[in-house]
Design a protein around this ligand. Structure first.
Ligand code: COA
Length: 160
């Protein structure tokens, strides 16, 4: 399947759609409660404008915005830049759905890559469950001095 060939994915209670500029207010609410050093609004606006980036949201069936993912294709790699789920909707498989949707429908790369704080046990648990492997530790990667674990997942080649 070519990149961006499929824009929406539905399951019984949640649906995944492309993120729009109009969603950014809701996104920023989740961003601010999810990260100690949240991204700014303008960083998300930049990703929405970047043709190499994929920005998706996950909604309840009543269209309540409950999470998002931002990825960017860089040559033959796809980087997960940001992912978060509203605290009230965690441990329901939504982050897994977001990443799997990117893998199946949007990733232009052969490799998925990401950085995660060494202290972020929920995220590390998520990525391990989805088959990511630790590559190495990047010392003092974050602005507050915390180390990052760099993780990767090789994507299977799909037949054209
Ligand atoms: N502790 C341990 N493992 C966890 C976990 C936790 N708190 N949360 C998720 N996992 C692992 C589990 O293996 C889980 O499967 P299980 O529920 O069957 O045991 C698997 O990940 C899938 O979890 P899922 O329900 O899809 O994750 P989620 O929707 O709760 O979202 C995060 C996970 C990390 C996105 C969410 O906790 C979050 O938004 N955190 C704040 C933002 C953040 O840290 N983003 C990642 C930056 S690198």
């Amino acid at each position: 399947m070519t990149k961006n060939a499929k824009s929406d994915v539905n399951c019984s209670f949640f649906k995944i759609e492309r993120l729009l500029k109009a969603d950014l207010k809701k996104l920023m609410e989740i961003e601010k409660i999810s990260f100690s050093h949240p991204w700014s609004l303008s960083l998300f606006e930049g990703e929405l404008d970047n043709p190499s980036s994929t920005c998706l949201k996950i909604l309840t069936k009543d269209s309540i915005f409950v999470g998002y993912i931002v990825t960017r294709d860089i040559v033959d790699e796809t980087h997960i830049l940001s992912i978060a789920v509203h605290p009230d909707f965690r441990r329901k498989g939504l982050a897994k759905m977001l990443i799997e949707t990117c893998e199946k429908n949007f990733c232009g790369g052969k490799l998925l890559l990401l950085e995660v704080r060494v202290s972020n046990e929920p995220a590390i648990g998520l990525y391990k469950k989805l088959g990511f492997k630790q590559l190495y530790v990047r010392k003092r990667y974050y602005p507050d001095g915390e180390d990052a674990i760099v993780m990767e997942k090789k994507l299977c080649a799909t037949a054209e």
